[in-house]
Design a protein around this ligand. Sequence first.
Ligand SMILES: Nc1ncnc2c1ncn2[C@@H]1O[C@H](COP(=O)(O)OP(=O)(O)O)[C@@H](O)[C@H]1O
Ligand SMILES: [Mg+2]
Length: 387
Amino acid sequence: MNTVIVEQLSLVDFRNYEHAELGLAGGANLLVGRNGQGKTNLAEAVTYLATLGSHRVSVDAPLVRSGADAAIVRARLAHGERRIVLEIQINKQGSNKARVGGAPVRTAELPRYAQVVLFAPEDLQIVRGDPSARRRFADQLLVQRTPRMAGVLGDYDRVLRQRTALLKSARARGLRAESLPTLDVWDDKLVALGTEIIEARARLARELHPPLVAAYAAIAGADHSPELEWASSIAGADPEEDDDATTALAAGDTAEAFRTALAARRSAELDRGVTLVGPHRDDLVLRIHSLPVKGYASHGESWSVALALRLASAQLLRADSMLGDPIVILDDVFAELDVDRRARLAGLVVDFEQVIVTAAVEADVPDGLRGRTVRIESGRIRGVDDD
Ligand SMILES: Nc1ncnc2c1ncn2[C@@H]1O[C@H](COP(=O)(O)OP(=O)(O)O)[C@@H](O)[C@H]1O
Ligand SMILES: [Mg+2]
């Protein structure tokens, strides 16, 4: 089989684990334990190795066990007959250190070795939360599919911060656009990097649509015609300030539209000291029944959309990755779902090569996913037969 799975996860001073070893198998793995024992921490550790990020925090410090200076997450991956050990040392101070097979590598290399799709209760925020939650969802998937995009997104953020700082200082000094020649330099960089992001996100939305439609129908048991479309700040939408913003970017020269939008908003930007157009102000609008999910969909429908987005992501990664199936992690999601959605979700993920499920109540997890079971108790991992 040509798929990457995690065989062994080793933690040192990660969250509430002083030292832990977790053996995992292909197929379904179930981690059970009462709330607050460390189930999500394990899901987070595996996800961190594959994405260099956590779904719960945007900084690393909380990942390091309180009182310790550094955490280590190590995973032995099996890829057919090959075995490879990934390791990251997460330092409270200073930069993190990564190793592959014992040899130091840049941390940015790690996501090339494994792919993870994590389903979590926080996913409801993708459909119900602020535009930033949807941008984060899309950008994470972009980076997983095309690791090079991590650099583009990082560079865009840096340029955005510097350009915005320039606008702020110009405002403070009462300067006008004509007396800010360096602004043009930042505009060029913003447009070059931003255009690449906007176009990649648009492609992603197009490619995600067919698997989203299929996944939604399979989860909800009904066809509500889910759609996804970017509301574009360079086309005149302002989703950050207008909840119903929907204007999509017409086909054509994205960079040209970006430059035109910057010119149109220049005086407003100088008045407010904010960069008002660009991918950092766009929103991935989700609709079912032709209505925006946010503000219109029921709780159950919103969950179906959130689950369908994750399932569709897993399908895309499965279709285009050299690594085979992504590792699918379902962290405490069954408790959130009614019995029908539970059964349908289980049926849809069960054929991925490796599935890791966490639950407080074993009975919430459909039969097909109650594979190898491990108990989690206050930062300790115990085989189900251990005492
Ligand atoms: N950096 C940390 N140091 C020590 N304990 C932590 C740290 N971060 C989280 N914890 C503890 O981990 C526990 C939560 O673990 P979690 O995996 O979220 O539980 P659950 O089993 O409910 O998913 C809490 O008791 C919390 O105090
Ligand atoms: Mg949890």
